[in-house]
Design a protein around this ligand. Structure first.
Ligand SMILES: Nc1ncnc2c1ncn2[C@@H]1O[C@H](COP(=O)(O)OP(=O)(O)OP(=O)(O)O)[C@@H](O)[C@H]1O
Ligand SMILES: [Mg+2]
Length: 479
């Protein structure tokens, strides 16, 4: 079921009659309309929430239309602006368009038809611009899986949940493709033409994270020279990806809980309530349930986030995906290095299939990049494939596969872990949701994640020698 909100329009005019005529005509067409009596009131409304289209008169008390236009252009470039001009003032309309207005309407309006057509075009332009931003530089969306049976229920669950506005919690070891999965949920959702905005809770200090999330008012702290909108506001109408949510400090956990409950928040240093319509996707490689037991993660926040938990299996549990993924990654590596047509020799296949991949797809990508650098020609042979030594970590309640510690490779691929069938899962509200969609219940998935925290720090230092190609991954709008 599509849950796309109606496009929102802010109508600004000091003449009450004009305002209500415009507002009624647009409301009848299904728009979500708000009114402001002058430029100052409009700026206040815009600081409280985002709109898709702004229709503004030019001559108004306090802040006039041109000033409003300039301020909005600087602060909210994605907003489409239509100006209202009196007959015979075409020069002003032209000046407004030069300043970035989408179009103009002449007063008095003969009929609402022209207004509706223009607003529909503005909404469409905004949608297309967002779409262009998503696809820019994106030579093809990554394929989540190439048919490995362990991934089929995962992909099905993601496709199903994408069509709703339910909050998704992606659980998986480092490098399993959680961010790629979050982008897929966004792309497959009714919000695809809206922004995809991500924030990494591990990458920023607590205070910086708070101001990045919620924005800040001018003077909120030393260096806050102007009001700044937070990433949540920038994600309005789209998807907000909260990465590494297990790293959130207790103070921010409480603030985030409030946003998830009330869908409202205040900017740092401000008391004005701001709202943003976002779909939440969170990701973690931590065992959140163990963190709850240790008092490190709020249970109420966990339940808000884990409405729809999806576990991404480690690469070693999806061997049928390894070679097709490697080929797809080689295309990317080739493009980055300016060496198209890279391919793997048959004996290199064998190595890739047998490696433990404790750093998962990220490690596979790094290994291929290294191989391409080492190889002087198009074909990457076994001697170029330097797999990080390490043993595959055992899975929850699964004995560790035989692999000599420190050996170059595990002697054979680790045993496959089958997901429990829905009927084998305990009953209860959470497991019911998961069973219905193929997602794994949080308790099972989280326990499998306890080890990834340890191993990811181990692989992190090894992987520092090669560039993290996360930045080159196709992404929508990463602010
Ligand atoms: N299906 C896929 N096809 C191609 N590349 C992929 C795929 N999944 C993941 N990758 C690549 O693997 C790397 C890791 O993916 P991603 O950042 O999504 O993983 P993650 O689980 O978020 O990792 P971390 O926990 O380390 O942040 C990225 O470079 C990404 O582009
Ligand atoms: Mg990630």
């Amino acid at each position: 079921m599509s849950t796309t909100p109606a496009a929102s329009v802010l109508v600004v005019d000091d003449e009450e009659g004009v305002r209500s005529f415009l507002a009624e005509a647009l409301e009848l067409s299904g728009y979500d309309v708000a009114e402001a009596e002058d430029g100052q009131a409009a700026l206040e409304a815009l600081s409280r929430r985002s709109f898709h289209v702004l229709i503004t008169d030019l001559t108004m008390p306090r802040v006039d239309g041109m000033t409003l236009l300039r301020r909005v252009r600087a602060d909210q470039p994605e907003l489409e602006i239509i100006v209202l001009t009196a007959h015979g003032t075409i020069e002003t309309a032209v000046a407004a368009i030069k300043l970035g207005a989408f179009d103009f309407l002449q007063k008095p309006l003969e009929s609402p038809g022209e207004l509706r057509r223009l607003v529909a075009r503005a909404v469409e332009r905004r949608r297309l611009r967002a779409l262009q931003e998503i696809t820019r530089g994106d030579a093809g969306e990554p394929t989540l899986s190439y048919g490995d049976p362990a991934m089929q229920p995962v992909v099905r669950a993601l496709e199903k949940v994408a069509r709703t506005d339910a909050t998704v919690l992606l659980i998986g070891e480092s490098g399993t493709g959680k961010e790629v999965a979050a982008q897929a949920v966004h792309r497959w959702s009714a919000r695809a033409s809206g922004p995809f905005v991500a924030i990494n809770c591990a990458a920023l200090s607590e205070s910086l994270l708070e101001s990045e999330l919620f924005g800040h008012e001018k003077g909120a702290f030393t260096g806050a020279q102007a009001r700044r909108r937070g990433r949540l506001e920038l994600a309005d109408g789209g998807t907000f990806f909260l990465d590494e949510v297990g790293e959130l400090k207790p103070g921010l956990q409480a603030k985030l809980l409030r946003v998830l409950q009330e869908r409202r928040f205040e900017r740092v240093g401000g008391n004005q309530t701001v709202s943003a319509d976002v779909r939440w996707v969170a990701a973690t490689n931590r065992d959140l349930e163990a963190m709850i037991a240790r008092g490190e993660f709020r249970q109420d926040l966990y339940h808000r986030l884990a409405v729809f938990p999806v576990h991404l299996p480690p690469l070693r549990e999806r061997p049928a995906d390894i070679l097709p993924l490697a080929r797809a990654l080689l295309v990317r590596v080739g493009a980055q290095l300016g060496r198209a047509g890279l391919e793997l020799a048959p004996e290199a296949h064998e190595l890739l299939l047998r490696a433990p991949w404790s750093g998962n797809i990220r490690e596979l990508a790094n290994t291929l990049e290294r191989a391409a650098i080492l190889s002087d020609d198009r074909v990457l042979r076994a001697e170029h494939i330097l797999v990080t030594p390490g043993r595959p970590r055992p899975l929850a309640r699964t004995p560790s596969p035989a692999a000599a510690p420190g050996s170059r490779l595990s002697p054979r691929p680790p045993p496959r872990r089958r997901w429990p069938r829905p009927s084998a899962r305990p009953s209860g509200p959470r497991s019911t949701t998961s069973a219905a969609t193929g997602a794994r219940p949080p308790s099972t998935s989280a326990s499998a994640c306890a080890r990834c925290t340890r191993s990811s720090s181990a692989t992190a230092s090894r992987e520092r020698i090669v560039r993290d190609e996360g930045a080159a991954a196709p992404r929508a709008r990463r602010v």
